[in-house]
Design a protein around this ligand. Structure first.
Ligand code: AMO
Length: 469
């Protein structure tokens, strides 16, 4: 549950439910107002028990007809599940549960003895997705009703974990001297190749939605910001329909001057280490909620195993050999696909980097050194991926900072340098060597939470067949 002890009172409550349950002893006898969703309403006749839930916990509200307005009592007694209700009353110790003789009593729990209140909004019934009771509905129905789905404890916990991952990632990068930037998402030229752009009308001209902050984060570094990061949306008009691709995803990017590929791999592994370490120290409660659900579905629990540093580096050429030795069909110059990754993951089950890809497979902005050649003599690059199991988490690399070579790369890849002058001009007046990476936030969350689909950890996913809600 969230620690809400520093939250201020609002127009609708003097305390969060978490504040009342965790400070019951001090609050006993004082009047509080809390508000939340009605989980259950039990009791006929002149008394009733309302279980209220807000984002910080649950509490029982005890209602006695004699102690309050009769009409209000009756309307709360007949309130539907998930209706929102505000109640005011004194905090009191709950009657202790019966325990066997000689057994110690559990610590006391607290409830609110209701004196007044209000139904804020009555919920329609039946609910399309069960919140506290398990209803078997598919992912599509859940996503259609995401506003209710997120009220479920384990789904809520996954989004809290998502927020934590971003918080810990941010805090780590700031500690290494990176500063946060925001680059435009309406752009005129492709960063990652021209085929998967979403076109849009921009007044009298054509524009696109950004596929990656790539060119702009580089320009920020060339401009002297030195170490930057951005957490923002990226749009790709890919027709994939898989568990790990979306058409809009959040990309967590860094770029740093005076750094090469090895330097930014270091930043990446330290950041992931910090995230895992922080979750293990602070957020086991959220992982427990996820595991409670997993247990109810017969799934293995997830564990937050803090990875040791450094992560293994398996250069592309070696990765190809591992795949071949493991019986996979692959040649130098081929992409390493998921089924190949499975073979590599047998040897390296955790996070691992695959550095030094062939230049022919990397985008124009990736750096290469003429004398670095693969077994077949092919040109190697300073581009890398970070994988976990069968999934790519990140791509990155050292960047080409010599403008003539950059323009050559553009031409080699069938692009017109004239379309990129806004970018290449940034290199003409002194360009520091630099490097960076882009991490798929939802893919990292899949590893942390055990989710089998990125849609589980994206609030309102956008895929080929979904643009609502
Ligand atoms: P790349 O295209 O590999 O690299 O993207 C970086 C990371 O973003 C995630 N990702 C996706 N996640 C969900 N749905 C998608 N359709 C999708 N596409 C990519 C992946 C991937 O590893 N500019 C470079 C990064 C850099 O070099 O700094 C880039 O965008 O986790």
């Amino acid at each position: 549950m969230r620690d809400s002890n520093s939250w201020h009172p609002t127009a609708y409550r003097t305390h969060t439910i978490g504040q009342v349950t965790s400070n019951g002893e001090e609050l006993e006898g004082s009047e509080v107002t809390v508000a939340g969703y009605a989980e259950t309403v039990r009791g006929r006749g002149a008394i009733c028990f309302l279980m209220l839930r807000d984002g910080t916990g649950q509490i029982q509200a005890f209602l006695k007809k004699d102690n309050m307005d009769g009409e209000l009592f009756e309307s709360i007694q007949s309130a539907t599940r998930e209706s929102t209700i505000q109640v005011t009353g004194k905090v009191a110790k709950k009657r202790p549960p019966k325990v066997a003789e000689g057994e110690p009593l559990p610590p006391p729990e607290y409830e609110v003895n209701v004196e007044s209140g209000e139904i804020l909004a009555m919920a329609a019934a039946p609910l399309p997705v069960g919140v506290t009771d398990e209803v078997n509905v598919g992912l599509d129905v859940r996503l259609d009703n995401r506003h209710l789905d997120v009220r479920r404890a384990h789904v809520n916990a996954m989004f809290q974990l998502r927020s934590k991952v971003l918080q810990y990632g941010r805090e780590h990068l700031i500690s290494e001297g990176f500063q946060e930037i925001n680059s435009p998402k309406i752009i005129a030229a492709a960063a990652e190749g021209g085929t998967n752009l979403f076109p849009m009308k921009y007044f009298e001209t054509d524009a696109y939605l950004s596929q990656s902050p790539q060119l702009y984060k580089q320009l920020a570094v060339l401009g002297g910001l030195e170490r930057v990061f951005e957490i923002g949306p990226a749009f790709r008009a890919e027709k994939h329909d898989t568990y790990r691709h979306l058409n809009e995803f959040v990309s967590f990017d860094i770029e740093g001057a005076w750094m090469d590929d090895e330097d930014v791999m270091g930043v990446q592994e330290r950041m992931i280490h910090h995230i895992w370490n922080s979750v293990a120290s602070n957020d086991q409660g959220l992982i427990d909620v996820v595991n409670e659900y997993r247990a109810s579905q017969g799934m293995e629990p997830v564990t937050v195993d803090v990875p040791s540093l450094p992560f293994p580096r398996i250069p592309y050429c070696d990765a190809i050999e591992i795949v071949k030795q493991g019986g996979g069909e692959i040649e130098w110059g081929d992409d390493i696909e998921s089924h190949h990754c499975d073979i590599i993951a047998e040897k390296h089950p955790g996070f691992h980097f695959i550095p030094r890809w062939p230049m022919s497979m990397k985008p124009f902005y990736i750096h290469h050194k003429e004398d670095e050649r693969g077994s077949s003599g092919g040109q190697l690059s300073r581009g890398f991926d970070l994988n976990y199991g069968r999934d790519e988490m990140t791509s990155g690399g050292a960047r080409e900072h010599r403008v003539e070579i950059l323009e050559g790369n553009l031409r080699d890849m069938g692009l017109d340098p004239e379309d990129f002058t806004f970018y290449t001009d940034g290199f003409r007046y002194g360009a520091p060597p630099h490097a960076g990476w882009g991490l798929g936030v939802a893919r990292l969350l899949m590893v942390l939470t055990g989710a089998g689909n990125v849609r589980e950890v994206v609030l309102f996913p956008r895929d080929r067949s979904r643009v609502t809600p």
